[in-house]
Design a binder for this molecule. Sequence first.
Ligand code: 6PG
Length: 253
Amino acid sequence: MSGRRVVVFPSAAELGPALAHLVASRADKALLDHGRFSLGLSGGSLVSMLSKELPALPDLDCSHWLAGFCDERLVPFDDGESTYGLYKNQLFSKINIPDSGVLAIDPSLSVQECAEDYARKLKEAFPKEDIPVFDLLLLGMGPDGHTCSLFPDHPLLEETQKIVAPIGDSPKPPPQRVTMTFPMVNLARCVVFVSTGGSKAPVLKQVLEGGEGPALPAARVVPSQGELFWLIDEPAAASLTLQVERPGSAAKL
Ligand SMILES: O=C(O)[C@H](O)[C@@H](O)[C@H](O)[C@H](O)COP(=O)(O)O
């Protein structure tokens, strides 16, 4: 890992534009390096933040983007719980990403088959790599410390073979999901967590500064070669004592 950066913004409203600039800068770099930008998306508040901020960037060209999902809920696309459905309506409709540039699950399959099918699609999209290396993964963290659909104390935390795994007993509904696993997440070139609001303060302290017991899932995201950012707001940072960056709203990360 090339060093974890914890960056604190006064509020989520000021964090959003900095996140969009970070996405655009990693996209520019990836397009120069290898002609494509691969982006892993997560649900939660990231959907509305990205849908507001990315289309507002001047000259954003997503024609060579590949968007996948760090995890996905096994529900039909027109169900309000579908992460793909939310991004399709709120973001993909506003940027010039081609349909072929979006790697979605097949929600008609069983959860096992769905994970296998999604893993196959990912491998096909990254034919030169044994394990797909995403340019950028955007992650959220639940108040229990989960990220992707990797929940505390769940056997999936120990998965070493599969790049995508099914989960049929998610403690957070809906219960059936598919998720990237740590072996894939930790190979990404850049991972960015976005976590805002005072309700995240206790778990952020535990994840970023350590605590009793086994490391929470979000703390186990440690890219082996890549960058790791935690973009948080002041309420979420309230309990932290570690050194953080406070770059202001015009931050270029
Ligand atoms: O699949 C889910 O149930 C959610 O997507 C969930 O994992 C979310 O990403 C986190 O709870 C962070 O949520 P916030 O971004 O709202 O903090």
